[in-house]
Design a protein around this ligand. Structure first.
Ligand SMILES: Nc1ncnc2c1ncn2[C@@H]1O[C@H](COP(=O)(O)OP(=O)(O)OP(=O)(O)O)[C@@H](O)[C@H]1O
Length: 641
């Protein structure tokens, strides 16, 4: 769909038009705030535009292990100071690699590695990590959306996840409607997000949807990392004008921006410029910034005189990039440190760092201890509500979970037709082999559960960083969804195989053992996916582990024939318990002598053993692998930032 036609967004993007849009958005926000019953304080802040808070940082350093040199630490940020105020759209600029994203991550509490020194305060108070998750919005450079949801569903899903559970659905819907309107997304609200192969919304719409995710909770502070990267200048202007429009809601907004178009650049009120992790300018945008650089760095061509840049944005980007390449970062930083501008900023910073009187509500938020606002049951319900039906109607989701089992089931049926009732000697070996294949099928097939977890990783990390849910909520929802599919699939499979093959013993045990093994396979796949850095590693590790388990099931080599030093392995092999239960179920009421007068169950050392006990032993693995997967999802982060 073409961006140009959307919701009357004027793509000529004159600043006046932008201001009109801002006013309209702010008015409608206030109206909705009053109409749908936001909390009192929220409604007030929308009307008076004071929802945001000053973010101040002093002498911030960020030190991290150098990925290029073993045992060497490098400093990415070197004692940078500054403040971001509500009412000012602040740009964080600098050449690529200068530390913009790092500073934004530090301010928003998103760093997962490295050491942070210095002080960051919100309204003069040190915020808790949970406050940063719940009351600030962070729009990442790369869009992390669920491609099979529509724009509106994506926003509703996030709104339900991030807003307090006591808030009514109608209020959440109204918030989403407001965000759709503010971001000019109303006309594509029902379009699927899609991906690179299955196109849905456009790049600009995708970027605005991503911004919308941060807005549905009406955050106090909004951080945007390169909101215009990858967009053409036309769409970049459109996105930034929408961001500018949000200023009227009273939010504090700071965006990193690499090479802004002149129109984008004019929308910013203030700017901070980093060079190699040093602050080289913080102050008003536009002409004043240009004058500052002309004054302090006379060796470089002045704007308009000898310079090839014909607008302020381009001139500043060219100058700082040249300085960076000339190795003048430290020199620029020193010139800023001794400048009048820095002295004035330091004076203002003292005030911004001082603790100020805040409302009881803000005080409570700043001390928030819980990173998520949704309880466990509500999080699980919401994930299932938005993802379950979409997944179930997707053939690429159901195919690897159901189709392969049905095909294998049909082959088993035709190959072992009526075999169960012919319980004579040599045939018993065939029955044991059939039960072996039935047991190991769901374990191998568990590979199908790995891709979703690995491919969803960027969304999972973003949603956890945003305080949408905990690892336990996410894992539980996924397991419930997969278990529901496995329940139906296992029943169909059991019917296809058990009755035509005329297996004896309890059908309940036959089906349940197969279902339970499928469930354990899912959890094992999740655990391996969670600990593996890449999909290739996970796809290699799972089958390798299953193959090792096969040796100890009991069929390929009997437990009593295994070397003593391998005896322990059968106890940690869930397939051993499943196959044993199936074997006792099939043969416990028969007296088959397979050879040399040895009775079959005796041959496998299964005589007088209780089949349901083995089902119970296998069930322990559900709990074990669930806990393993939960711990891995909670503590292992493959995202280093
Ligand atoms: N662990 C690390 N080891 C070595 N260098 C690192 C490490 N982490 C970050 N860096 C470097 O720190 C610098 C700052 O990175 P950052 O992503 O903050 O820059 P940026 O200004 O946002 O760049 P861009 O505009 O390209 O996104 C980069 O040069 C990056 O290579």
């Amino acid at each position: 769909m073409d961006d140009a036609g959307l919701d009357g967004v004027e793509l000529g993007l004159k600043v006046d038009d932008v201001q009109e849009q801002e006013a309209a958005a702010a008015d409608s926000h206030s109206e909705i705030a009053e109409g749908i019953g936001f909390e009192d304080e929220e409604a007030t802040t929308h009307r008076h535009g004071t929802r945001g808070m000053t973010v101040a940082f002093q002498e911030v350093e960020y030190i991290v292990q150098n990925s290029a040199k073993w045992r060497e630490k490098i400093s990415i940020l070197s004692k940078v100071s500054g403040s971001i105020h509500p009412g000012d759209l602040t740009a964080l600029m600098g050449p690529s690699g200068s530390g913009k994203t790092t500073l934004l991550d530090v301010l928003a509490g998103r760093k997962t590695v490295g050491t942070i020194k210095g002080t960051v305060v919100y309204a003069g108070h040190k915020p808790s990590r949970s406050f940063l998750r719940r009351y600030t919005g962070y729009v990442e450079q790369f869009d992390t959306l669920l491609d099979n949801l529509t724009v509106e569903e994506m926003l509703m899903y996030t709104a339900e996840m991030k807003n307090p559970v006591r808030e009514s659905l109608a209020t959440k819907k109204a918030k989403v409607a407001l965000v759709l309107e503010q971001l000019a997304l109303t006309s594509c609200r029902n379009v699927k997000i899609g991906n690179a192969l299955d196109r849905g919304i456009s790049g600009g719409q995708s970027k605005r949807t991503n911004i919308g995710l941060a807005l549905v909770t009406n955050p106090r502070v909004l951080f945007l990392d390169e909101p215009t990267s990858g967009l053409d200048s036309f769409t970049a202007n459109e996105v930034m004008s929408v961001v500018k429009g949000l200023m009227k809601t009273g939010m504090t907004i700071c965006a990193t921006i690499h090479s802004p178009t002149p129109t984008c650049f004019r929308l910013f009120d203030r700017m901070m410029i980093l060079l190699r992790g040093h602050m080289v300018y913080a102050g008003p945008n536009g002409g004043e910034a240009v004058q500052y650089f002309e004054r302090t760095n006379p060796e470089y061509p002045r704007f308009g005189a000898g310079s090839t840049s014909d607008n302020h944005a381009e001139w500043i980007v060219d100058l700082t990039t040249k300085a960076y390449r000339d190795g003048k970062a430290l020199e620029f930083a020193e010139r800023y440190r001794v400048s009048q501008q820095c002295t004035e900023n330091a004076e203002a910073l003292r005030g911004d760092m001082a603790a100020r009187e805040v409302s009881a509500q803000v005080k409570k938020e700043l001390r928030a201890r819980q990173g998520t606002s949704t309880p466990f049951y509500f999080g699980v319900k919401t994930i299932l509500k938005y993802r379950l039906w979409r997944d179930l109607s997707d053939i690429t989701y159901l195919g690897p979970r159901v189709a392969d089992k049905i095909i294998v089931g049909l082959i088993l049926m035709s190959l072992y037709w009526h075999i169960g009732k012919e319980n004579f000697g040599p045939n018993a070996v065939n029955i044991g082999a059939a039960l072996f294949m039935i047991t190991i099928l769901p374990a191998f097939a568990a590979c199908a559960y790995i891709p979703q977890l690995v491919l969803e990783r960027p969304v999972y990390y973003r949603e956890r960083n945003d305080g949408c849910y905990t690892a336990l909520t996410y894992l539980s929802a996924k397991v419930i969804e997969e278990a529901l599919v496995a329940l139906v699939q296992s029943l169909v499979f059991a019917c296809i195989v058990y009755f035509p093959c005329e297996f004896t013993g309890s059908f309940g045990l036959f089906w349940y053992t197969y279902f339970q093994t499928t469930l354990i396979g899912i959890l094992l796949a999740y655990f391996i996916a969670a600990i593996s850095p890449t999909m290739d590693v996970a796809n290699g590790a799972l089958p390798a582990w299953i193959v090792i388990n096969l040796f100890f099931v009991g069929l390929l080599i009997r437990p009593q024939d295994q070397p003593r030093y391998w005896h322990w392995f059968q106890y940690i092999d869930f397939l051993h318990y499943a196959w044993t239960a199936q074997m006792i179920n099939q043969f416990q009421n028969t007296n088959i002598y397979i050879f040399l007068g040895i009775e079959l169950l005796e041959f496998y050392d299964l005589r007088n053993k209780a089949k349901w006990a083995f089902v119970g032993y296998e069930a322990v693995f559900i709990a074990v692998f669930f806990v393993f997967a939960w711990l891995a999802l909670t503590f292992i982060r493959h995202q280093k930032r």
